[in-house]
Design a protein around this ligand. Structure first.
Ligand code: NDP
Length: 328
């Protein structure tokens, strides 16, 4: 296949242009593994890249898409051979390296994770970077020592991708989960994933007090800004909050009071440069701990030609759960 289908972003005089086109394999970047991509997905960062609303793409032309699942076609890397099923999340894919919204990618072998045998390529991308990040956040809370008996855990941005997977994982692990959402109409959906209580996100959007009533033993936050600041101020003594997102803003108008008076910990979660060891562990845990029925419940499938439209919707907070993209 000398040419394959791909979404390509080009730099324009003002901003960028984007379209579904044919891409020449000879123009793929350096790498020791060529993958036939089967499935990709739409994460919040993909929304930013595709719409150009934030400078996610750092070289042009760029194929966006920060994660894929597929099959190795050609490899000179010792760990991979033709036919191996693989996952790639992050490492600059779709930002500095030609990405996932294409039938092919050429990447570095050390970026790849073997697809766990209990997951299909489609399931892996229904999980996607959002779900893998939710797993990293759960693992960080576990490393902190958080246990179901410690009390409820708050998940913010609950009806989004990270939030939906985080709820399903925490509930399966026995935690009592409170979901914070701006979409009250999604209460049944969130309860179906395992949330036992729903709070309106307005409860976390007022200017935060240094310390508020202790409500949650822990939290997973994909919203940032005043939401995260309020969550910290409401976290119980010795609790922890895993912060991974900025859907509500990049700032953090908080005080040090929760840290120095309640021993609360703020745990940073990064999926892009995360170590291979932690990635493999996260995917192993997703294989064993994520309810497949709930994953299906939170997933909508689209084709490559629908990616550009869907990317705008995720930034508007109109996507429920996860979108999986069938590439071929
Ligand atoms: P989604 O758009 O699917 O989910 C975000 C959710 O946040 C929305 O569904 C909405 O939930 C809530 N939200 C949106 N806008 C606002 C707002 N202005 N104020 C309060 N809440 C808001 O995105 P993802 O789940 O894919 O990603 C979530 C965040 O996590 C993003 O910022 C993303 O960049 C980040 N992320 C970070 C990663 C990392 O490595 N650190 C990896 C993956 C994601 P609701 O309607 O329920 O209120």
């Amino acid at each position: 296949m000398a040419k394959f289908k791909a979404i390509v972003i080009e730099k324009a005089e003002k901003g960028q242009t984007i379209g579904l086109t044919e891409f020449d394999e000879a123009n793929l970047m350096d790498g020791d593994v060529t993958v036939r991509i089967g499935w990709s997905t739409i994460n919040y960062k993909d929304g930013l890249a595709v719409t150009g609303k934030a400078p996610v793409v750092r070289c042009f032309p760029m194929i966006p898409g920060i994660d894929f699942a597929g099959q190795v076609e050609v490899s000179t890397h010792p760990d991979w051979k033709s036919g191996d099923k693989v996952i790639l999340n992050g490492w600059g894919l779709g930002e500095t390296h030609l990405g996932a919204y294409a039938e092919k990618a050429r990447v570095k072998g050390q970026w790849l994770v073997r697809l766990p045998p209990g997951l299909s390529e489609r399931e892996a991308m229904a999980i996607g970077t959002a779900g893998y990040t939710a797993m990293l956040a759960v693992m960080a809370l576990e490393r902190h020592g958080l246990k179901p008996g410690d009390g409820p855990v708050l998940v913010t941005g609950a009806a989004g991708g990270v939030g939906s997977v985080a709820i399903a994982l925490l509930a399966r692990l026995g935690f009592q989960v409170t979901a914070s959402t701006g979409r009250r109409e999604e209460a049944d959906y969130l309860k179906g994933l395992g949330a036992s209580e729903i709070v309106d996100r307005s409860e976390l959007s007022a200017p935060p007090k240094p310390l508020a009533r202790e409500r949650w033993a822990g939290g997973i936050d994909s919203v940032g800004s005043t939401t995260l600041a309020n969550l910290l101020s409401m976290t119980k003594y010795g609790g922890a909050v895993a912060a991974c997102g900025l859907a509500g803003g990049m700032d953090l108008p908080a005080s040090v009071a929760p840290f120095i008076l309640r021993g609360v910990s703020l745990l940073g979660i990064d999926s892009v440069q995360c170590s291979p060891k932690l990635r493999v562990e996260a995917w192993r845990r997703l294989e064993s701990d994520l309810d497949r029925g709930k994953l299906e419940e939170m997933t909508r499938q689209i084709g490559l030609s629908e990616v550009i439209g869907a990317a705008g919707m995720i930034l508007e907070g109109r996507v429920r759960g996860r979108i999986v993209v069938m590439i071929r």
